[in-house]
Design a protein around this ligand. Structure first.
Ligand SMILES: [Zn+2]
Length: 351
């Protein structure tokens, strides 16, 4: 190893000596006076060599000593130069590597910049059909998830609302023509929905609407003077022209409800599976005795939040047992859209 260093040092010295060193002076000039300390002469050999004027040759013994000293000085000087040159080479190499890395990075950045200009940005999930009641796909963002759902964000006739300051009038009675019907039950991923066989009607304002399906929310979406209820049943009706009427029956904790129990008895095991039981359902068991109600124009409470829906909210809540409530909450602990601005809408209520 030592030999290798010596060889390298020699070749380096040969290659650099002629360029910028005055080694001749150091080599030919006698070294510092003998009184000078070796350390000092080693520390500043070039300076000393440059300052000292050549002196006459000494007697042979002294000359030999001076020769040895001179060689030692030259060796030290050479070592220092080798170290300096190595340091310079290393620094140059590091600088070259850094420059190469920087150039590569700049090239990648340029490529990315060009790609950003020439390629369209990744498509936003504007046509996603995914929505939920919490988080990024929750009610506050429904209007932005799908271009067809903008009403959820910008509509001024949205449901649900807090029912307050209604105009108390002699509202006509809703006429119900419900009868035991076939049905099927589906867990659609947002609620338990019961699709009901034809022939169940309600009539209001001289218009008859047929019951299509009903489903549940927990807690109730509607509020009455700020008060929420434990659950609500929404019964969706449609007239022959496609107009929608939604009947809402609030649910509070109390006695068990037969119709709800029949539905719960036939819950599908998997989401989107449909259970079509061989029994009938009497939807009239969902109706409260008192038929007073609130009415206003609103919307569907799930995307796409279509407006133009006639809402009929029964004032008297119905009851479900704590066990029936608990069963639904195991599937859907929260599936209610928050109340929306009423935006000066007229709310009428039975006197
Ligand atoms: Zn609903």
């Amino acid at each position: 190893m030592r030999n290798l260093i010596a060889f390298f040092a020699c070749s380096l010295a040969i290659s650099t000596a002629s360029a910028n060193d005055p080694p001749a002076a150091a080599k030919t000039a006698p070294a510092a006076p003998s009184s000078a300390k070796p350390g000092a002469s080693k520390a500043e050999p070039v300076k000393l060599a440059a300052l000292d004027t050549p002196k006459p040759a000494a007697p042979s013994a002294k000359a030999a000593a001076a020769q040895a000293l001179s060689e030692a000085d030259a060796e030290a000087e050479l070592s220092a130069k080798i170290a300096a040159r190595l340091a310079l080479m290393r620094a140059n190499q590091a600088a070259r590597l850094a420059a190469a890395a920087k150039a590569k990075k700049a090239s990648v950045t340029r490529r990315e910049a060009v790609a950003a200009i020439t390629q369209p940005p990744p498509a936003r999930p504007i046509h996603s059909d995914t929505w939920s009641y919490e988080g990024e796909t929750g009610p506050a963002n429904w209007g932005k998830i799908n271009a067809a759902w903008t009403k959820c964000g910008t509509g001024t006739r949205q449901s649900p609302i807090d029912l307050r300051d209604g105009m108390k009038v002699d509202l006509e009675q809703i006429s119900f023509d419900y009868k035991p019907s076939g049905f099927n039950v589906v867990d659609n991923g947002h609620t338990v929905q019961v699709n009901v066989g034809g022939g169940n009607f309600l009539t209001v304002q001289n218009r008859s609407y047929e019951l299509i399906q009903f489903h549940f929310h927990r807690p109730s979406e509607e509020r009455v003077n700020g008060k929420g209820f434990e659950m609500v049943v929404h019964m969706l009706h449609k007239d022959p022209e496609g107009r929608l009427a939604m009947l809402a029956v609030l649910l509070e904790r109390g006695k068990g409800n037969n119709m709800i129990q029949t539905v719960w008895n036939n819950l599908p095991l998997e989401k989107l599976d449909v259970v079509s039981p061989n029994v009938v359902l009497d939807v009239a068991e969902m109706l409260p005795q008192r038929r007073d109600y609130f009415t206003f124009m609103g919307s569907m409470t799930t995307p796409p939040c279509n407006e133009g829906v006639l809402w009929l909210v029964m004032k008297q809540p119905m009851q479900a047992s704590p066990a029936q409530m608990a069963l639904f909450s195991r599937m859907y602990p929260l599936n209610a859209r928050p109340v929306q601005a009423s935006s000066g809408r007229m709310i009428k209520e039975s006197n």
